[in-house]
Design a protein around this ligand. Structure first.
Ligand SMILES: Cc1ncc(COP(=O)(O)O)c(C=O)c1O
Length: 407
C-alpha cells in the first residue's frame, strides 16, 4: 500500500507526491528534501494525548515548522513547551485555541515581558533565585503566575543527558518553591530525564526526588511536569511502548500524595515528530565504503554523529523515468556530510544497498526530530532559508518494510 507524504522544497518550496520515490522521479533534487507525513504526525499526537493521563505540551524546539505544528494541532495538541519569544510567537500566530508555557530556565528580560504582556503566558520555569527575581520583576510582581521549578535529575539511561546544564538540587528547589509561593504565585515542579530515555524507571526515580523536594518545601503543588525524553525506535533500538512510561509515571505519582487539583504535564518532542518525516539526500561520491552526501552534521544529521543514533535508510535509484527502491543485498557504509570540515562525518555503520553509487538518493527515516530545526548555513550547504519539502501521504517508511518494526 502506498501512503501519501508531504516533502519540504527550496526557499521554501513545497509540493505533494505519492511517496519519496515519486518525489525523486519528479524533481531529481540537488538539495536534501524533507518528505513530511502529516497523517503520521496526527496519529502520534492523538496516541500521546489519549495515552498520557495529563496535559501534553509539545516541545516546539524539536521542530517548529508550520506543517508539523499544524498536523500536531490536528491530532489534538493544544499546549506548547516554548523556550523563546520567537517560539511563542510562531504558536500564537498559528493558533487561537492554544497556550504556550515558557519552559526555558534562563530567559531574556524582554522575552519575559512580551510573553506575559503580549501573549498571555503565565507559566514560567526557573531553577535559580536570580531567575525567579527576574520573572517577578519583569511581570511587575504579578500574582497570576505559575512558577515551575526545574529539578536536576541523575543521569539515567537517556541518550542525551540534560541534567548538567539546568536544574536545582532538592534543597535549592524547595527554597525556590517557598519563595515563589511566598510571592503569591502558584508553584509547580518539573524535570527532564534526558532525551531518548530508554528506561521508564527513570521517571519513577525522578518523581521520588520530586516527592523528597516537596517534603522539604511544604507548599501546595499546582503542577507536576515530567518533561520530555520519551523515546522512538531507531535501528537496533526498540524502546518500551509509551504505556510502560505512563505506568512508571503513575507508580511515581502514587508515592507523592498530591492534591487532586494538581495538574500532570509532560513535554514530549522527539516522540511526537520523529516518525513524521523522512529526509532524502543524494550521494555525490562513493569512496570505498564511504559515501559523500549532500546533508550532514551541520545540516539535519547531527543526531547521527553526536547521539550515535542509526536512522533507518534505503537507497532510491533513478533509472530512466523510474526510481527503484533498493532494500536488499546490503553492505555497511559510513557517511560524510557536504562541508569541508573533517568533523562532518557520521561513522555508522549504516546498512545500504551494497552497490550504492553517485547519483543515487538515500531516504533517511525517523527524520522529523532535531533535524530541520538544527540546519546551519555553514559552507553554503543546507541553507536555513532555502530548503525543500514534500508532503507524501503515502508512505512505506524506510526501515519499516521488512521484518523490523519501528514506530
Ligand atoms: C525543557 C525541555 N522539554 C522538553 C524537551 C523535549 O525532549 P524530547 O525531545 O526528548 O522529548 C527538551 C529537549 O531538549 C527540553 O529541553
Amino acid at each position: 500500500m502506498s501512503l501519501p507524504f508531504t516533502a519540504p522544497l527550496a526557499a521554501h518550496e513545497h509540493a505533494a507526491y505519492a511517496d519519496a520515490a515519486a518525489m525523486v522521479a519528479a524533481l531529481r533534487p540537488e538539495q536534501p528534501v524533507y518528505c513530511i507525513r502529516p497523517h503520521v504526525l496526527r496519529e502520534a499526537a492523538r496516541h500521546f494525548v489519549e495515552t498520557f493521563p495529563g496535559k501534553v505540551l509539545y516541545a516546539v524546539k524539536c521542530n517548529a515548522e508550520p506543517a508539523f505544528l499544524d498536523a500536531l494541532h490536528d491530532g489534538g495538541i493544544r499546549h506548547f513547551d516554548t523556550a523563546s519569544l520567537p517560539e511563542i510567537s510562531v504558536v500564537a500566530e498559528r493558533f487561537a485555541d492554544t497556550a504556550s508555557y515558557f519552559m526555558h530556565p534562563v530567559k531574556q528580560r524582554g522575552g519575559i515581558r512580551a510573553a506575559y504582556r503580549q501573549h498571555g503566558v503565565r507559566h514560567f520555569v526557573v531553577d535559580h533565585a536570580d531567575e525567579l527575581a527576574k520573572v517577578l520583576a519583569e511581570t511587575g510582581g504579578a500574582t497570576d503566575l505559575v512558577i515551575v521549578v526545574r529539578l536536576a535529575t541523575a543521569r539515567g539511561a537517556a541518550v542525551y543527558d540534560l541534567g548538567g546544564k539546568f536544574g536545582a538540587s532538592p534543597v535549592q528547589a524547595a527554597a525556590l518553591l517557598r519563595q515563589a509561593h511566598g510571592a503569591g504565585c502558584e508553584v509547580g515542579l518539573s524535570f527532564h530525564v534526558g532525551s531518548q530515555c530508554l528506561t521508564p524507571g527513570s521517571y519513577t526515580a525522578a518523581l521520588r526526588l520530586a516527592a523528597h523536594t516537596l517534603d522539604l518545601a511544604e507548599v501546595p503543588l499546582s503542577v507536576i511536569d515530567v518533561g520530555g525524553g520519551f523515546p522512538v525506535a531507531y535501528v537496533g533500538l526498540h524502546p518500551p511502548p509509551l504505556e510502560d512510561y505512563v505506568a512508571a509515571i503513575e507508580a511515581g505519582l502514587a508515592g507523592m500524595g498530591l492534591p487532586a487539583e494538581c495538574e500532570l504535564w509532560c513535554e514530549p518532542g522527539r516522540a511526537l515528530v520523529a516518525a513524521g518525516a523522512s529526509l532524502v539526500v543524494r550521494v555525490e561520491l562513493r569512496r570505498a565504503n564511504f559515501l559523500y552526501i549532500n546533508d550532514g552534521v551541520y545540516g539535519s544529521l547531527s543526531d547521527l554523529k553526536y547521539a550515535g543514533l542509526r536512522f533507518p535508510m534505503r537507497v532510491l535509484r533513478p533509472v530512466g523515468d523510474r526510481v527503484e527502491v533498493l532494500e536488499e543485498d546490503l553492505g555497511e557504509f559510513g557517511l560524510f556530510g557536504p562541508t569541508c570540515d573533517a568533523a562532518d562525518m557520521m561513522e555508522g555503520p549504516y546498512r545500504l544497498a551494497a552497490d550504492v553509487r553517485e547519483g543515487d538518493y538515500i531516504e533517511i527515516g525517523q527524520a522529523g526530530a532535531y533535524t530541520l530545526e538544527l540546519r546551519t548555513d555553514f559552507n553554503g550547504f543546507c541553507p536555513t532559508a532555502s530548503w525543500r519539502s514534500a508532503t507524501v501521504p503515502s508512505c512505506r517508511r524506510p526501515g519499516w518494510s521488512r521484518s523490523r518494526s519501528h514506530s
